[in-house]
Design a protein around this ligand. Structure first.
Ligand SMILES: NC(=O)c1ccc[n+]([C@@H]2O[C@H](COP(=O)([O-])OP(=O)(O)OC[C@H]3O[C@@H](n4cnc5c(N)ncnc54)[C@H](OP(=O)(O)O)[C@@H]3O)[C@@H](O)[C@H]2O)c1
Length: 246
């Protein structure tokens, strides 16, 4: 029987790197995608023989095309659409170009790669789109980011339903605050109960992948309480509270 194959975007660091490590440890042959070749090479060396990397800027049409072609030529059993970016600040005080780059990476690349993957997916295959708890919480100061994650969660839920008859599982994964190299978080940023490690997040995602039940996976009790509150609070109250979130 051939080994299962996975492609993980944004695998050079953070949550994506943890996905790549954990999937390799459970027997997947991993293709790691990001822009930083040095980091990808270090990761693939660590994972061992058989694993590979692909350098691509997924905020560009060329980079998206490169990875979509790879998925068409070398189908995988699991795609983890993880690469994403956020820029902080009031909407009008941040360059429009930053917002558009975020949308290309967080939304356009997710659609392009999901489409390439699902076009050839077979029963048993799975797609994980990494969203955020902010998908449920329009966030002042992170307006484009939170809107982009609402897009990812909505897309994932609809695709979950569409793909069920074909035996293909689609998950929208909603991490809350996750301490990574580029997002070092401390007690000053948030109560410890709200901060997860990438290892805890990925373990929760892989447990949910085994069960293949829920369209959306919110990792951790505190994050579930947060998303519940964000959905049921009156919008003005939610927005006032969220404008104070770090
Ligand atoms: N950390 C959190 O608190 C948190 C919370 C909720 C949701 N999330 C989501 O989880 C995902 C991963 O977040 P993270 O915290 O692990 O982020 P991170 O540490 O900043 O890592 C982002 C990854 O994406 C890659 N990347 C960035 N721009 C790219 C581009 N244009 N083309 C290809 N790859 C690109 C980066 O590699 P290169 O720079 O080498 O390209 C890196 O591997 C994102 O979708 C994020 O929105 C994170």
């Amino acid at each position: 029987m051939r080994a299962l194959r996975a492609l993980v975007t944004g695998a050079s660091t953070g949550i994506g790197r943890t996905f790549a490590r954990e999937l390799a440890a459970t027997g997947y042959v991993v293709t790691a995608v990001a822009r930083s070749e040095d980091r990808l090479r270090t990761l693939v060396d660590e994972l061992g023989s058989g694993h590979r990397y692909l350098v691509a800027d997924l905020a560009t049409a060329d980079g998206q095309g490169l990875v979509a072609d790879e998925l068409a030529r070398h189908p995988v059993d699991l795609l983890v659409n993880n690469a994403g970016t956020a820029h902080h600040g009031p909407f009008t005080e941040t360059p429009a170009q930053d917002a558009l780059t975020a949308i290309r990476l967080n939304c356009e690349a997710v659609v392009t790669l999901a489409h390439a993957f699902l076009a050839q997916a077979r029963p048993g295959d799975a797609l994980i789109n990494v969203s955020s708890t902010l998908a449920y919480a329009p966030t002042p100061g992170l307006a484009v980011y939170s809107a982009s994650k609402s897009f990812v969660t909505s897309l994932s839920e609809a695709l979950w339903h569409e793909q069920r008859p074909y035996g293909v599982y689609v998950m929208g994964l909603c991490p809350g605050m996750t301490a990574t190299d580029s997002h070092s978080l401390s007690h000053e940023d948030a109560p410890a109960a709200l901060i997860q490690t990438p290892e805890a997040l990925v373990a929760a995602a892989l447990r949910a992948l085994d069960r293949r039940a829920r369209p959306t996976v919110v990792s951790g009790t505190a994050n579930s309480v947060f998303t519940f509150a964000a959905r049921v609070l009156p919008r003005r109250t939610a927005l006032a509270l969220l404008s104070r979130t770090p």
